[in-house]
Ligand binder design. Structure first.
Ligand code: PHE
Ligand code: NA
Length: 501
């Protein structure tokens, strides 16, 4: 191609950016809850198995594809095989869908960082969140009544994100991560230290770590472990292909992957310790069992934590540490996810970085601003999130592995590429995990989710939203991905580039 691809200045900035992407809301609000619900201390076993047999091996697949074929997901897959291009677009669109709502949660957390200072929720964190802050409309499922208190922080999140992306891979994304990742570690580290010194912390930690060994015989626990690893490591939906496409020719890929994978998991376990210490304090303060205060996701962050902040001495500082951590963890993840679409658009059209950021980033921002800061935005967000995780991420990972490993039989090529540049060599075990174990686990995850949803429905979520923003969006994403793979590439691009040639 006529255009030279941007590069990271070195391996460490790539590792920092990859950690920044991996460490996100999932680490802080998802892992502690999932671990607790699925065997407590015993969950660490399936979790570690999933990391070693699926997370790291798939991370290496992403790195191999991105580095060998030097492109955004559509370009990299296209260079791998003509028929594979749609997989790249599917990943791009899954990222787009996730990006538009992920930004919203960062915006909420940003406002809560300030709310913490005055404990703005008073003594009713739930009422404050749903009624005063989000102004949730319980009567209609979809409406356009705007909520300015969410819209303007969301606009700010988008402006900052697009600003970083416009500065480019090294100057924008690299520097942002070099600043925000260490800052996150400091803030969150301080939070964990404070949480551990709270009265009742040990009660929380006991609840978290006490192993329920019988969980190990339950398939759903193993599935939960694999699901957590896929989401948490951001593997197989385009992010890591994109980031590794900016690496220099000679880069130790697997060595980097091990650092990223173990850093992400360490952060998760740390989050489990911090979150459960705080929940232990809350349970003690309210004179109830930990079991009764456990929450995950939005409920943990925006209802339980505000309550904890109100109940503890020095609460405002603790709140700032917690919500600030959510903001920084989320921001570096959002940057990575929007960059996937931006780089795909650049590759396909030949447009420069800034116009690509303004168009693709602009469209993402507008969709996000139209759909979510509304009185029905919370339900919409729930539906989109649920489907993106259960079908989008899992579906694209499953199909991509089937195509690459089984139909195109390209795993040995990718293995050779990894081994030609990396210190840690992969062999038969890696082929077995990526070509055998992982596709089977992913296939089972898809199958059991579809079966359960058909049988049980989406309890509580309005049907029309489920149809439009759930099934509708996921189906549209697949159709659009195939369509995009037939749009011609810019003339100047070399569609047969392969770094190993
Ligand atoms: N790995 C992220 C997390 O744990 C998931 C993610 C990454 C989501 C990038 C969106 C964007 O939260
Ligand atoms: Na993560």
């Amino acid at each position: 191609g006529a255009k030279k691809r941007e590069v990271w200045s070195g391996r460490s900035v790539f590792i920092m950016a990859a950690i920044g992407s991996a460490v996100g809301l999932g680490n802080i609000w998802r892992f502690p809850y999932i671990a607790y619900e699925n065997g407590g201390g015993a969950f660490l076993i399936p979790y570690l198995v999933a990391l070693l047999t699926a997370g790291l091996p798939l991370l290496f697949v992403d790195y191999a594809i991105g580095h060998k074929f030097r492109g955004s997901p559509p370009l990299a897959f296209r260079r791998l095989a003509r028929r594979a291009e749609f997989l790249g677009w599917w990943q791009v669109l899954v990222c787009f869908v996730i990006g538009v709502y992920y930004a919203v949660i960062i915006a909420w957390a940003a406002r809560y960082t300030f709310f913490s200072l005055s404990e703005a929720w008073g003594d009713d964190a739930e009422g404050f969140f749903l009624e005063s802050f989000l102004q949730v409309d319980g009567d209609s499922s979809f409406g356009m009544s705007f909520v300015p208190g969410v819209a303007w922080p969301l606009l700010a999140v988008w402006i900052l994100t697009l600003g970083v992306l416009a500065l480019g891979v090294q100057r924008g994304i690299g520097n942002a991560n070099r600043f925000f990742v260490p800052l996150l570690v400091i803030l969150f580290g301080a939070l964990v230290v404070r949480a551990l010194t709270l009265e009742g912390a040990t009660v929380g930690l006991d609840a978290f770590f006490t192993p329920n060994w019988s969980a190990l015989t339950d398939t759903s626990v193993w599935i939960a472990a694999y699901a957590q690893i896929f989401f948490s490591l951001s593997v197989a939906f385009g992010i890591m292909i994109t980031y590794s496409s900016y690496l220099k020719r000679k880069t130790n890929l697997t060595g980097s992957g091990l650092v990223v994978g173990f850093s992400n998991s360490s952060f998760e376990v740390l989050a489990g310790i911090g979150v459960f210490s705080a929940l232990g304090f809350m349970a003690q303060a309210q004179g109830v069992a930990v079991d009764e205060v456990v929450a995950g996701g939005i409920g943990l962050a925006f209802i339980a934590f505000p309550t904890i902040v109100s109940e503890m001495p020095g609460g405002p500082i603790f709140g700032v540490l917690f919500f600030g951590s959510l903001v920084f963890a989320g921001f570096t993840s959002l940057i990575s996810i929007i960059q996937v679409a931006v780089s795909a658009f650049e590759d396909k059209t030949g447009l420069g970085r800034v116009p690509a950021v303004l168009t693709i980033g602009g469209v993402s921002a507008i969709v996000s601003l139209l759909l979510f800061p509304t009185t029905t935005g919370l339900n919409t967000l729930d539906v989109v999130d649920r489907f993106a995780n259960q079908f989008g991420i899992v579906g694209v990972a499953f199909v991509a592995l089937i195509v690459v490993a089984w139909m195109l039989r390209r795993l040995p090529d990718l293995r050779d590429h990894l081994n030609s540049v990396s210190s840690f060599k992969v062999g038969k075990g890696w082929l077995l995990f990526t070509g055998g174990v992982t596709p089977i686990v992913l296939g089972y995850m898809l199958f059991s989710e579809i079966r359960d949803r058909l049988a049980e429905g989406y309890g509580g979520l309005p049907d029309d939203l489920v149809v439009v923003f759930g099934w509708g969006v996921q189906a549209a994403v697949i159709v659009a991905a195939v369509a995009l793979s037939f749009v011609p590439w810019r003339k100047s691009i070399d569609l047969s580039y392969d770094l190993s040639d």
